[in-house]
Design a binder for this molecule. Structure first.
Ligand SMILES: [Zn+2]
Length: 297
């Protein structure tokens, strides 16, 4: 009888353990490429209109109970003072907030570049955070780049990666893209190992896409990155901006989703909320952003 009681108690303990490791539902806000500057419109880019679109998005997001909101990079188009126009709107968001660094965020005078992350409230250029049983990893795709590499070491590594990739003749070898340094890739591997040991799902945020072969917007060393994450079945998504047209593909059970740029078009916006449940992520799109359900296998 005593044995049965102990067994039952063990079962209950195991069950409650399993239950606590499964995430309860939560919802987040996602915005890509607000890209504000006090500049005249060009092509389909309406820089000044971004403030109103951004304000409306924040108003909408503030009607929801969100765990956090993330902006996927290119918060401004150029000029350091542009931050002072959009940051107060960003700060009126009620939820917790995270920024991903985009190439345009570094389109400021050279002497101000090193101040960009702090201005955007970032302690580190790449970082991770945990919600329920999810580890969200925020990459810095400008780590090696001709706009965002600041130290001499990073500048040298930028040159060597760029020259190495020249042999591959890929369309993403553009000076407005960027790549991950060897330090950052090592850090990602460490994060992935920690997540694996703790049974956490992993979601990546980066400004640059990495999923579709031949996309001219891709992270320079996207192949190296994909090779790294292929060894980890717990990686579930990779969300990014940068290609304002948006894109979606599933690759090796990872949902690669490019969110449309808020900046484009005169009168329409684009942003989203994402609801995380036990086995799915439901994207609710606003404006030009489509809604979709992403299954977590
Ligand atoms: Zn960009």
């Amino acid at each position: 009888m005593k044995k049965i009681l102990i067994f039952t108690l063990l079962l209950i303990a195991c069950k409650s353990n399993t239950e606590t490791s499964i995430s309860s539902d939560f919802e987040i806000g996602i915005i890509a490429d607000c890209q504000y500057c006090n500049c005249d419109s060009q092509n389909n880019r309406f820089y000044r209109q971004s403030t109103n679109k951004f304000k409306s998005a924040v108003e909408k997001l503030n009607t929801k109970k969100l765990d956090y909101t993330i902006h996927l990079g290119d918060f401004i188009d150029r000029d350091f003072e542009s931050f002072d126009t959009v940051l107060p709107i960003w700060n009126s968001l009620k939820s917790e907030k995270f920024h991903v660094l985009g190439n345009h965020d570094f389109s400021v005078s050279d002497y101000l570049k090193s101040l960009v992350p702090k201005k955007m409230g970032l302690k580190n250029r790449y970082y991770s955070f945990i919600k329920n049983n999810w580890r969200f990893i925020v990459l810095d795709g400008n780590d090696l780049s001709y706009h965002g590499a600041i130290t001499n070491t990073k500048k040298k590594e930028t040159d060597s990666l760029f020259n190495l990739l020249k042999n591959e003749d890929e369309p993403n070898l553009q000076t407005w893209n960027g790549g991950l340094s060897s330090d950052q890739l090592l850090w990602v591997k460490e994060e992935l190992n920690q997540a694996k040991n703790k049974n956490e799902y992993v979601g990546f945020y980066c400004h640059f896409p990495a999923g579709r072969n031949g996309d001219s917007h891709n992270l320079w060393n996207y192949k190296q990155f994909l090779q790294l994450i292929d060894g980890y079945a717990n990686v579930k998504f990779y969300f990014n901006g940068h290609n304002h047209n948006g894109d979606y593909l599933e690759k090796n059970n990872v949902h690669h989703l490019t969110f449309k740029g808020m900046l484009d078009t005169e009168n329409t916006s684009a942003f989203a909320t994402a609801k995380f449940t036990k086995d799915s992520i439901f994207i609710k799109g606003y404006g030009r952003e489509p809604s979709r359900g992403l299954k977590i296998n």
